[in-house]
Design a protein around this ligand. Structure first.
Ligand code: GDP
Ligand code: IMO
Ligand code: MG
Length: 454
């Protein structure tokens, strides 16, 4: 028996987005994978899109941890994830076609909840209703979701009696009996949302999803014991956050958030590993801000500058292809995320995108509608909508910096920008990313050639 509590508390690392997603978590997880044995997703589902660029090959991971590209690492989809089996099987097939090993190295929690087709229908129908003219009269409340069924699947988890878990897919008769009740209720709920399709067919769904279960069976595990066994055996765990801290259901810009705890606070519940086991939390932060979907964004640049950032940064969604909204770096928001996530360091990504701007702005406070100011974030969409950003303006730099080999050889202005981020957030910028490639990275000030071994 290897499970135990003699955990090396500094051995385990969390990677978490400090903004509204797409900060480059996939790239940084890939960079850190070589130092870890097990890579674990703890939240979200196929709403995530994590890109890893290896030479000319570009991989977009949605449900599978980014560490899968290494082949010899164990990758775990934890109990806090909502799994769309059809999408997961497509992702497995696509990776195998590209020569990536996906076998017993992929573990899936039997307690992870399943995204069913009706969840995606509900997600789309609710978004359509909320953006329709009827609802619009009250203001547009559509969230701009990825329509991957994430909210409805988590809603069923909380409702309990209408939920399906991965383990249920392995027991066809139990699955069928649950689906008979769920489909009756769900057909009525979809009709109430204005979706007039044929009633859901529980037997057809049960057959199809039991087949998916059979294909996934070799990967399904009690991931809580598996993780504790690994820790007991001295293995190092890397937790891969999906979505981001400002999209956290409890701590983000509610209601324009996703439906899981995507901050590091989701790790204990989403994996069964206590938070005290995590020694290092690397918060991933773009050198500017982006957001996909609706919701407040105080530093948004809905102008030529925003357009320039979008084009230089290729800011189009990895999952939905939607253009991302772009704006200046909001350090009020980032400092709040550092606090909530317990970040011990920052990885500043996409710094190369800011080359060529005469000046660069940093948001260091908000002016409220009543004229007072604050340096505290407001995790409530309705109240955050009304603030005006207070900026510090710093000189920009013109040189392209993608090939820099040392932090000290970056333009002085770029070095000062990083130093100001460290001053305001109170944590060191441990990693600077200067391009999508593994090697376009400075770790502790130096180019990360040695880490790019896979
Ligand atoms: P994630 O969801 O946090 O993993 O981020 P995404 O993969 O959705 O979006 C980040 C995008 O930026 C991807 O296309 C990456 O290849 C790219 N990227 C990551 N780091 C850098 C960087 O330092 N510079 C540039 N130019 N692109 C980067
Ligand atoms: P990664 O892991 C960016 C956003 C959606 C929408 C809101 C709710 O790639 O950083 P949902 O489908 O989750 O109900 O949508 O959250 N969103 C993301 N935005 N990156 C993500 O993931 C996101 N995951 C969800 O755009 O505004
Ligand atoms: Mg993404």
């Amino acid at each position: 028996m290897t499970t135990g509590h003699r955990v090396n508390r500094t051995a385990h690392t969390a990677v978490v987005g400090l903004q509204w997603g797409d900060e480059g978590k996939g790239k940084i997880v890939d960079l850190l994978t070589s130092e870890h044995d097990v890579i674990v997703r703890y939240n979200g589902g196929a709403n995530a899109g994590h890109t890893v660029q290896v030479g000319d090959e570009r991989y977009a991971l949605h449900l599978i941890p980014s560490g899968i590209l290494y082949g010899d690492k164990t990758c775990v989809i934890g109990n806090g994830v909502v799994v769309d089996p059809e999408k997961l099987l497509q992702e497995i097939d696509a990776l195998r076609t590209r020569g990536i090993r996906v076998g017993t190295n992929l573990r899936i929690s039997d307690r992870a909840h399943v995204v069913m087709p009706y969840h995606k229908e509900q997600d789309a129908a609710l978004e359509e209703y909320l953006s329709s003219k009827t609802a619009h009269a009250q203001g547009n409340l559509a969230i701009g979701t990825t329509r991957r069924g994430i909210g409805p699947a988590y809603a069923d988890k909380i409702r309990r009696s209408t939920a399906i878990r991965v383990g249920d897919l392995l027991d066809p008769e139990y699955l069928r009996s649950r689906l008979h009740v769920i489909c009756t209720l769900r057909t009525a709920e979809l009709e109430a949302l204005g979706v007039h399709t044929a009633p859901l067919d529980p037997d057809a769904l049960a057959t199809k999803y039991a087949e998916f279960g059979e294909r996934l069976r070799p990967h399904v595990d009690d991931s809580v014991y598996a993780l504790h066994d690994a820790m007991g055996a001295g293995k190092r765990i890397l937790f891969e956050g999906a979505n981001a801290s400002l999209l956290d259901i409890d701590h983000g810009t509610f209601p324009y958030v996703t439906s899981s705890n995507c901050s590091t606070l989701g790790i204990p519940s989403g994996t069964g590993v206590p938070g005290s086991a995590i020694g290092r939390v690397l918060g991933i932060m773009k050198a500017y801000s982006t957001r996909v979907g609706a919701g407040p964004f105080p530093t948004e640049l809905d102008n030529d500058l925003g357009h320039r950032i979008r084009e230089r940064g290729r800011e189009y969604g990895t999952t939905t292809g939607r253009p991302r909204r772009c704006g200046w770096l909001d350090l009020v928001a980032v400092r709040y995320s550092v606090m909530v996530c317990g970040a011990t360091g920052i990885a500043c990504t996409l710094l190369d995108v800011l080359s060529g701007f005469d000046e660069i702005k940093l948001c260091v406070g908000y002016r409220l509608p009543n004229g007072t100011t604050t340096d505290r974030f407001i995790p409530d969409a309705h109240r955050l909508e009304g603030v005006t950003p207070i900026y510090e303006t710093m000189p920009g730099w013109s040189a392209e910096i993608r090939d820099a080999s040392d932090r000290t050889t970056l333009p002085q202005e770029a070095q000062r920008y990083l130093a100001r981020i460290e001053e305001i957030t109170g944590v060191p910028v441990e990693v600077v990313s200067l391009g999508p490639e593994r090697t376009q990275t400075l770790v502790d000030g130096r180019r990360a050639v040695a880490l790019a071994t896979a």
